[in-house]
Design a protein around this ligand. Structure first.
Ligand code: LUZ
Ligand code: MOS
Length: 756
């Protein structure tokens, strides 16, 4: 059975041997040039002059490309056309690309970069969303969702609280930095090897910028060394630049950002500043919730409008709130355009309602847990965007977590500890999650698979899925292996290539395995039908009695003498097509933006995490004793891979909430520009214990083989880390006035421990 729970990520073998191929490992052609990006040293200003002469004169420099060299459009914006590839007269963020230096070696190109002289007349710099709002600097018009009548509902509330929250950005820190390799083919065609989640975006944007047809561009992706959303849109510019150089020079060009360049030039998770008002009844029902999100979008739209939309979709997390008024403003600032990051605006939305609940709890004098529990979603509740909640597992995962992990004993333990320790305090928090699965832009929910069965019975599969460590290739293999009942080593997943699978959506939105897996399943099933017919003719039995099992044809439950390989030979001999292409588009989903209502998600993923933390109240440092999770995998088809996704996402979420602190100065210069100043979780800061128990459900037919999407949802468990630390602080300092300003760094913890 290919759906072995213990199936290993097929990449693990080459990963541990250091043999997996990334863009930087492409064997370059003779005469390949190397490129480095010259970027703005100021966050906002008018370019007065640029002197390239010294750089151009440097031995080994081939050519420097600027906006003047663009044959098509100097435009890379996807949702809104507001972002040039190279700055023209103005610069809008520190790190904005201005030119591409192409030279014999990367070293020479870097040297040349230092010789470029630029004069910029500085303009006022906006770094925060609030400032942008005051100045009326926006990306697009605000969006707003509404359910019920908030104003009226507030008038009948027993408790009303208002407050402000801040959540900071987050650096993707994919281990493989952004990069691309471009090669000339004949007739002006270009092949790009790119570290992108969206091969079609790369292809389309290159065609636009070069002013040539898409069919002249072939984009190929073997795998990424991590994406996390950072390569959904922002892998594109580097590929376009490399292609531009190839277009002119008819030579291969390699452009790989080093870590400093990558950190400075690329956008991150969006910081959000938000204000809320929450109203509760006497028995702690949330009757009304009003929220305004200020999204720090950066200097161009990128994916910000879609991310803002997902913030609204997840503004009430796992709770049913009958009256909701939510609004989001995408604020234009002078930071690098912020972009997709695992959760895609959802985490930012959820942090605010969790903060509102924590605030209400502390004011009313109950535990947040009581308010959370009182308001969990029920079957057939309505989300603020009109979708009716079905197959809800909010209460199930919550109650299971409480039971399985004995929450009462845990609370007693913590209380006992806190009574008996003066300088160490423990805190506990529960974090439920509900995350919608599908691209919120309905038209993006489709994929295709191209399946070849070769003469010898081996199989090659191409899809739109980009492998970025999440194990999607393994899942696709499992699907085909299951349909044909062949072993995994009979199957190969080909690179993701725009000439084999065209017009693809990016690998994103946790939907890659669902969309591409379902296409693969359809293609394989069509082939299976054909093969059964061949077998039935050969063995002279009815088709319905034919089964494939363990690489043999079975007649009912009896093994025939016709093997898988022989069956393929027979099919070939009979001129039966052994290739199939299938297209899958998620059924049922729709959304009407004019009404902001619809049914945008195929299904939701649920779960509950319990955090316990210990804070050192002398030092302000903390560690997480345990995270105990009950997670809704549906019926997991690859338990090891899915567990890896939950653990990885959890730790990434904890990092965002606790230690990862992006800092720009008021001039828009990135200060956290290296790993010495930007801390991510390491082996010492991950929770001492992580337990993940799957909730038993029937799964969901909209998910591939009922195995639910797993990429993004568990990141939001990390929000619990913030509140666990906060509860520990409260145990030490009862006068602490709760603030909701993430990340909760040790410095902030220390200040809070001794604040009045
Ligand atoms: N990307 C996207 C995403 O383009 N649309 C989405 O809805 C989405 N959701 C999560 C992550 N990436
Ligand atoms: Mo995304 S945040 O590229 O799924």
């Amino acid at each position: 059975n290919a759906l072995k729970k213990s199936v290993k990520n097929i990449d693990s073998y080459t990963h541990v041997r250091g043999e997996s191929l990334y863009v930087d490992d492409v064997i370059v052609r003779q005469g390949t040039f190397h490129a480095v990006v010259f970027d703005s040293p100021k966050a906002h200003g008018i370019i007065k002059s640029i002197d390239y002469s010294k750089a151009e004169a440097l031995e080994g420099v081939e050519r420097i490309f600027t906006c003047k060299d663009i044959p098509g459009k100097n435009e890379i914006g996807g949702i809104i056309h507001d972002e040039p590839l190279f700055a023209e007269n103005e610069v809008h963020f520190w790190g904005m690309p201005i030119a591409l230096i192409v030279a014999k070696t990367e070293f020479i190109a870097r040297k040349a970069r230092e010789l470029i002289q630029i004069e910029i007349e500085e303009l006022p710099v906006i770094t925060t969303a609030k400032e942008a709002k005051v100045k009326g600097s926006f990306i697009n018009a605000p969006r707003s969702f509404s359910l019920g009548d908030t104003e009226k509902a507030f008038s009948s509330c027993e408790y009303i609280f208002e407050g402000e929250t801040f959540s900071n950005g987050q650096e993707h820190l994919y281990i493989e930095a952004q990069g691309a390799y471009s090669e000339p083919l004949e007739n002006g065609n270009i092949k790009i090897t790119s570290s992108t989640q969206g091969p079609t975006s790369v292809q389309k944007t290159i065609a636009n910028v070069l002013g040539i047809a898409m069919h002249k561009i072939e984009v190929d992706v073997t795998r990424l060394g991590g994406g996390f959303g950072g390569k959904e849109d922002q892998a594109t510019p580097w590929a376009v630049m490399a292609a531009l150089a190839t277009y002119y020079l008819n030579k291969s060009v390699k452009l790989i950002l080093n870590r400093h360049d990558d950190l400075r030039m690329t956008g991150k998770r969006h910081p959000y500043e938000s204000t809320y008002k929450i109203g509760l009844s006497k028995d702690l029902k949330i009757l009304a919730y009003q929220v305004e999100f200020l999204q720090n979008s950066g200097a161009a739209a990128d994916l910000s409008p879609a991310i803002a939309e997902r913030t609204l979709f997840h503004a009430t997390n796992s709770y049913y709130v009958p009256n909701v008024l939510s609004k989001v403003l995408s604020c234009k600032t002078n930071l690098p355009p912020n972009t997709a990051f695992r959760g895609f605006g959802g985490p930012q939305g959820m942090f605010v309602i969790e903060s509102a609940i924590a605030k209400a709890a502390s004011k009313i004098g109950v535990s947040a847990r009581q308010i959370q529990e009182t308001n969990l979603l029920n079957e057939n509740d309505t989300f603020s965007y009109g979708q009716i909640a079905k197959k809800v597992e909010a209460k199930n995962t919550w109650n299971s977590a409480k039971d399985i992990f004995d929450i009462d004993a845990l609370e007693d333990e913590i209380e006992y500890f806190n009574k008996n320790n003066a300088t160490f305090k423990k805190g506990l928090a529960l974090m439920p999650i509900t995350f919608g699965i599908s691209f919120t832009n309905t038209s993006m929910n489709h994929a295709r698979a191209l399946v070849h069965i070769y003469l010898d019975g081996s199989i090659g599969i191409s899809t739109a899925a980009v492998e970025m460590g999440q194990g999607v290739n393994t899942k696709i293999m499992q699907i085909a292996a299951q349909v044909f009942s062949v072993s995994l080593d009979k199957i190969k997943i080909e690179t993701t290539n725009t000439t084999r699978v065209a017009n693809t959506s990016p690998s994103a939105a946790s939907s890659t395995a669902d969309l591409n897996g379902k296409s693969t399943l359809m293609a394989c099933n069509s082939l299976l039908e054909r093969l059964k017919k061949v077998a039935s003719e050969n063995l002279n039995v009815l088709e319905e009695n034919i089964k494939l099992k363990d690489e043999f044809v079975y007649i009912n439950d009896e093994k025939s003498n016709l093997s898988w390989t022989e069956l393929i030979s027979k099919a070939m001999f009979n001129r039966v097509a052994l290739t199939e292409n299938a297209h899958y588009a998620t059924p049922e989903i729709h959304f009407d933006k004019t009404k902001e209502k619809g049914h945008p998600f195929a299904y939701h993923v649920y779960g509950t995490a319990i955090f316990t933390t210990t804070v050192d109240c002398i030092r302000g440092t903390y560690e997480f004793d345990s995270v105990k999770i009950v997670h809704d995998y549906g019926k997991s088809m690859s338990e090891g891979i899915d567990l890896g996704q939950v653990e990885g996402a959890l730790v990434q979420g904890i990092g965002w909430m606790t230690m990862e602190e992006i800092a720009y100065n008021s001039n828009g210069k990135l200060l956290s520009n290296a790993l010495s100043t930007y801390k991510v979780p390491d082996v010492f800061s991950v929770p001492k214990s992580i337990e993940v128990i799957p909730v038993e459900t029937d799964g969901n037919d909209m998910a591939i083989l009922k195995s639910k999407a797993v990429g993004e949802p568990p990141l939001m468990y990390g929000i619990g880390a913030y509140f666990a630390i906060q509860n520990a602080i409260k145990a030490f300092n009862p006068n602490y006035k709760v603030k909701f300003h993430a990340p909760m760094t040790p410095e902030k913890v220390l200040m809070s421990l001794y604040s009045e």
